[in-house]
Design a protein around this ligand. Structure first.
Ligand code: ARG
Length: 463
């Protein structure tokens, strides 16, 4: 029979026992559960609710249980329903009455949410670390290929030349914002709900600040009803994971695209590619695709939790037991995706030549030729039209490049063109001229890199 079975005469059926149990999921929270119980016991002792001898017996007993779990010697029994019952039952079996005093002034409702706050905090920290590692890998790649130029795209059409470093740093900024979201999720979890008891607080003189301190929480929750039913901190974590996964899926998509024969911009290392069981020549970007695919599941975890919480009355309801699996999954999936992406980015080969070759196609100098005319006094709309005609002329000549036109051809469209128009056609010259703050000119990228590296150091300190 369960530890709460006093008012019952019959056991639940085997099926409902399994259906109602959360042990397969929440056993992952054993360390947090034990830490919470140890803090609660010490505080009960300090407040004179239980004896100091009981506190010592409880804390030692819990340490022994932790050792058994970590050594794989603890037998989890589905009949215990959840991790809280498993550990408490084992403690009572070990130390008797002292163990039976542990749950004084506490409910599983504040116990479970305390465990979950601790878990979420830790996972946010792990993810922040993994996020930093990926950003560092992208920055390293950007520095290594600082001068490589490639077409920048809009609508997937060649638009203007950009430096590869600039392109890669765009992802670093996305990830910097993700880091902030993870830090905010950690802050949301950093508050102690223990002492809220079942829903209304308790008559025992609990010192909630004392348990907060032992558990490393910065403060205590202010309303017991809210504390036991709030899962916003898990929403925050799941949202942070979802947005970051969406960012990774965008990068993954470009990696897939860039490794096609059509692009050939990068070659993935063998360690991050797979073959085909039938086509011997294949080298597939499976892991980039998988990262892209995992995004659906992480966003699903967020949506599932949002829907679980919708219309839930105060305070604890068993629905809340559904909170952990998705959040744990979202965090683990994102951490794996960060690790995989870091390895993939650090080991891929950049094919600078293929990128540069593409820069020569698609009239990437068009805007700059128009700007050249503007600088010579032509209104921009007129200049736009002149360059449009030049593009048309190139197309009529079988898709030749601006470089293949003569000065006469240029002058034929507009007599403001001079021999110096040739400079305007150089892709590095064009890209370097974009010196606005945040632009792709190399001196602007150098400034950007300084900012990126400062942010990395600052974020490193926040972990
Ligand atoms: N296993 C439960 C959960 O994860 C623990 C809290 C159960 N509380 C209760 N009164 N049934 O939510």
């Amino acid at each position: 029979m369960a530890l709460w079975s006093g008012r019952f005469t019959e056991n639940v059926s085997e099926f409902t026992q399994r259906f109602g149990a959360s042990l397969p999921v929440d056993k992952q929270l054993y360390a947090q559960d034990i830490a919470g119980s140890k803090a609660h016991a010490r505080m009960l002792g300090e407040q004179g609710v239980i004896s100091k001898e009981d506190v010592a017996a409880i804390r030692d007993g819990l340490d022994r249980i932790q050792e058994r779990i970590e050594a794989g010697e603890f037998e989890f029994d589905i009949n215990d329903e959840d991790i809280h019952m498993s550990i408490e039952k084992a403690l009572i079996a070990d130390i008797g009455d002292a163990g039976a005093r542990l749950h004084t002034g506490r409910s599983r409702n504040d116990q479970v949410v305390t465990d979950t706050h601790l878990y979420a905090k830790q996972r946010c920290t792990d993810l922040m670390q993994a996020n930093l590692a990926l950003r560092q890998a992208l920055v390293d790649l950007a520095k290594e290929h600082f001068d490589v130029i490639l077409p920048g795209y809009t609508h997937m059409q060649h638009a203007q030349p950009v430096f590869l470093s600039h392109h890669l740093l765009a992802y670093v900024w996305m990830l910097s914002r993700d880091f902030k979201r993870l830090a905010a999720a950690r802050e949301a979890a950093d508050v102690n709900p223990l002492g809220s008891a079942a829903l209304a607080g308790t008559t025992y003189p609990l010192d909630r600040r004392m348990t907060a301190e032992e558990l490393g929480f910065s403060g205590v929750t202010a309303n017991s009803l809210d504390a036991v039913s709030d899962r916003d901190f898990l929403l925050d974590l799941s949202y942070a994971c979802s947005v970051s996964c969406v960012h990774l899926s965008r990068l993954a998509e470009e990696i897939v695209l860039w490794s096609t024969a059509e692009f050939g911009f990068i070659t993935l290392s063998d360690a991050f590619s797979t073959g085909s069981s039938i086509m011997p020549q294949k080298k597939n970007p499976d892991f980039a695709e998988l990262i892209r695919g995992k995004t659906g599941r992480v966003v699903g975890d967020l949506v599932a939790l949002l829907v679980t919480l919708k219309a839930l009355p105060l305070a604890y309801n068993k629905d809340l037991q559904e909170d952990k699996e998705g959040a744990i999954d979202a965090a683990r999936t994102l951490e794996d995706c960060y690790t995989c992406m870091t390895g993939m980015v650090s080991s891929m080969t950049v094919n600078a030549q293929a990128m540069e070759q593409q820069v020569g196609k698609g009239y990437l100098a068009a805007t700059d030729i128009a700007d050249y005319l503007v600088k010579k006094g032509l209104p921009f709309r007129r200049a736009h039209e002149v360059v449009g005609h030049l593009v048309l002329l190139c197309e009529q000549r079988g898709g030749c490049r601006f470089e293949d036109l003569s000065l006469y051809d240029f002058k034929n469209e507009c007599d403001l063109f001079e021999p110096d128009i040739v400079d305007q056609l150089d892709m590095r010259f064009i890209a370097d001229a974009r010196l606005t703050e945040g632009g792709t000119g190399r001196s602007a990228i150098r400034e950007q890199l300084k900012l990126v590296e400062e942010t990395l150091v600052e974020d490193g300190r926040r972990i």
